[in-house]
Write a protein that binds this ligand. Structure first.
Ligand SMILES: *[C@@H]1O[C@H](CO)[C@@H](O)[C@H](O)[C@H]1NC(C)=O
Ligand SMILES: *[C@@H]1O[C@H](CO)[C@@H](O)[C@H](O)[C@H]1NC(C)=O
Ligand SMILES: *[C@@H]1O[C@H](CO)[C@@H](O)[C@H](O)[C@H]1NC(C)=O
Ligand SMILES: *[C@@H]1O[C@H](CO)[C@@H](O)[C@H](O)[C@H]1NC(C)=O
Ligand SMILES: *[C@@H]1O[C@H](CO)[C@@H](O)[C@H](O)[C@H]1NC(C)=O
Ligand SMILES: *[C@@H]1O[C@H](CO)[C@@H](O)[C@H](O)[C@H]1NC(C)=O
Ligand SMILES: *[C@@H]1O[C@H](CO)[C@@H](O)[C@H](O)[C@H]1NC(C)=O
Ligand SMILES: *[C@@H]1O[C@H](CO)[C@@H](O)[C@H](O)[C@H]1NC(C)=O
Ligand SMILES: *[C@@H]1O[C@H](CO)[C@@H](O)[C@H](O)[C@H]1NC(C)=O
Length: 484
């Protein structure tokens, strides 16, 4: 190991193509390529063409996180880098011309068979070491790495090119080895890059259904609706990504993405699902007083039916936490003291999809998810009016004790509402008199205070009907009352 000092520049590789501001930071950084090694030989021959390589190799980045190491000592057959799509064709020309081409085995993969200059991957093999260069195909706000269809890896598994993957724009640092002049870039926040990789598998929406929606049903995307929705949705997706909390487009939002490749026209809200086991108060804090979509209501208990309702001033966005039980999940939906439950698939992993040019996380099997939510194949035609949501089952009612803790209302500025409005709102569905709202989260404390005096007129003085209401639409409609 050479143990040399390397200069680390900080720059945004993905957003700024040629300008950088060097020597922001000097750092002892020992992830190097030893001179005269096989990797060095290949890299040297690529980098001499002045190509900016971004190290995206999952195993190598893992190794960097674990401990600094030498790319050669790091026991690998392959190393994976990425380049911008604008440089791929030029690199191919230079590689083809280069004398060193003769000693390499170079394979190009292109899924656009008719256009051989539209390269997806370049594999350069030398002495049984392979450098894979993935082309980042620029989308509106992220990049796609396409599937490799040409090269058969022998003795190693592709982590990029195995399937189509979406890569968010990321800040990068440049790694420069002064001694042998090898330099490449790597993601500045390696652990976050690796975290995002977990959901990077890219799925297309159903373009065939989407055109049926327009041509047969005359359901067109609505620009002003999109304008109201896209920024808040992106804010939520990005915010949760930054907190490293998994989410997925849920309910009608997922249906809109899959069936319309957009939004369901006239939709009133956007739904996001989250894993209950990943809940943390960071999420509440992120949305309290959020400038774009603020948390106005946190309903349920953290361990039961938790929902966050967000509002932009014009548009509602809901976060539903999905609780694992046996081999599936459920999430709650509350209308006052009534608790409904929706069954969801287990969702062991999540994928990526494109909505309005942004990357959002989606269930990896959207069809299974939509079948669970709406009934098998009941969702591929627009829903009739008055459709009752089959996946909404009455579960139970909040007890008096739990109810006091199951509703938190917040102001736009992110303060707990303790005003008359909030007291009335909670009292209305409560058997006991409430004078003030204590500052607690959506959890019952170990030693809860006494409930207070009973009200004269109990809201629930008659036994709650055990029968499941036949028409859940009426309950769903009530939800708007909460907002006003
Ligand atoms: C082939 O792809 C290249 C690079 O993406 C592009 O510039 C060119 O216009 C394409 N040619 C055709 C015929 O599609
Ligand atoms: C290129 O591939 C051939 C056939 O697989 C192999 O014999 C040769 O050693 C390879 N050359 C290099 C430089 O890896
Ligand atoms: C939506 O936003 C875009 C970009 O800001 C704007 O050009 C367009 O006119 C807006 N459309 C509507 C219907 O508001
Ligand atoms: C488009 O969306 C806006 C905002 O949600 C709504 O007011 C309008 O009625 C919609 N237009 C059509 C044609 O659906
Ligand atoms: C990397 O990203 C994670 C998630 O956004 C964040 O918590 C962490 O502070 C970041 N680390 C650095 C060094 O920026
Ligand atoms: C999970 O399994 C238990 C025991 O078999 C059963 O009582 C319970 O109803 C199941 N839960 C769900 C959501 O299916
Ligand atoms: C459910 O109730 C709503 C609102 O009262 C009504 O419009 C709809 O027709 C009802 N649906 C069914 C299936 O009864
Ligand atoms: C949630 O926690 C409360 C105590 O805070 C407990 O009484 C209740 O049974 C729990 N609910 C679930 C669904 O686990
Ligand atoms: C309070 O409300 C509940 C409804 O959840 C009801 O079952 C109960 O009988 C009511 N009365 C008292 C005295 O708690």
């Amino acid at each position: 190991m050479l143990g040399t000092y390397k200069i680390v520049y900080i720059l945004t590789w993905f957003t700024i193509s040629s300008i950088w501001w060097p020597t922001v930071k000097t750092k002892r950084f020992c992830f190097s390529v030893t001179e005269n090694s096989d990797f060095y030989y290949i890299l040297h021959n690529v980098i001499k063409f002045k190509v900016d390589l971004l190290l995206i190799d999952i195993h190598a980045l893992d190794a960097i996180l674990e401990s600094s190491s030498d790319l050669n000592q790091y026991d690998a057959k392959s190393l994976t880098f990425a380049i911008r799509d604008s440089t791929a064709e030029q690199l191919k020309k230079l590689l083809d011309k280069s004398a060193s081409r003769k000693v390499f085995n170079v394979t190009y993969s292109s899924s656009a068979k008719t256009n051989l200059t539209d390269i997806d991957h370049i594999f350069i093999e030398y002495n049984q070491k392979i450098i894979q260069i993935c082309v980042l195909h620029e989308q509106k706000f992220y990049y796609l790495i396409r599937e490799n269809i040409e090269y058969t890896p022998n003795g190693w598994t592709l982590t990029f090119g195995d399937t189509v993957r979406a890569i968010d724009r990321t800040e990068t640092q440049i790694m420069k080895n002064e001694m042998n002049n090898i330099q490449y870039f790597y993601p500045k926040n390696i652990s976050h890059f690796l975290w995002l990789y977990g959901t990077s598998k890219f799925l297309e929406c159903n373009t065939e259904l989407a055109s049926i929606m327009e041509n047969k049903y005359k359901l067109y995307q609505n620009d002003s609706q999109l304008n109201l929705t896209v920024i808040p949705m992106r804010g939520i997706g990005k915010g949760l990504d930054d907190l490293e909390k998994h989410y997925w487009l849920a309910g009608g939002t997922l249906l809109g993405w899959y069936r319309h490749c957009g939004l369901i026209p006239f939709t009133q809200d956007a739904d996001f699902g989250l894993y209950a086991e990943e809940y943390s108060e960071d999420i509440r804090n992120y949305f309290l007083g959020n400038k774009i979509s603020y948390l106005w209501g946190a309903l349920g208990l953290i361990n039961d039916s938790l929902e966050f309702r967000l509002y932009t001033g014009r548009f509602t966005l809901d976060l539903f936490w999905a609780y694992k039980e046996n081999n599936s999940r459920w999430c709650g939906y509350q209308v006052h003291r009534t608790k409904f439950r929706r069954k969801l698939p287990l969702l062991p992993e999540l994928c990526s999809g494109d909505l309005f040019g942004y990357r959002f996380s989606v269930p990896c099997d959207p069809i299974e998810y939509l079948n669970t939510e709406y009934g098998i194949n009941k969702w591929n035609a627009p829903l009739e009016k008055g459709y009752s949501w089959i996946n909404m089952k009455l579960h139970s009612y909040w007890t008096d004790l739990a109810w006091l803790y199951a509703t938190r209302l917040y102001t736009r500025e992110g303060k707990l509402r303790t005003d008359k409005f909030a007291i009335d709102w909670i009292s209305k569905f409560y058997n006991y008199t409430i004078k003030t709202i204590p500052t607690f989260l959506n959890a019952i404390p170990d030693n809860p205070p006494p409930l207070g005096p009973l009200k004269k007129n109990l809201e629930y003085n008659t036994p709650v009907p055990k029968k499941k209401p036949k028409n859940t639409t009426i309950f769903l409609q009530k939800r708007k009352i909460i907002l006003t």
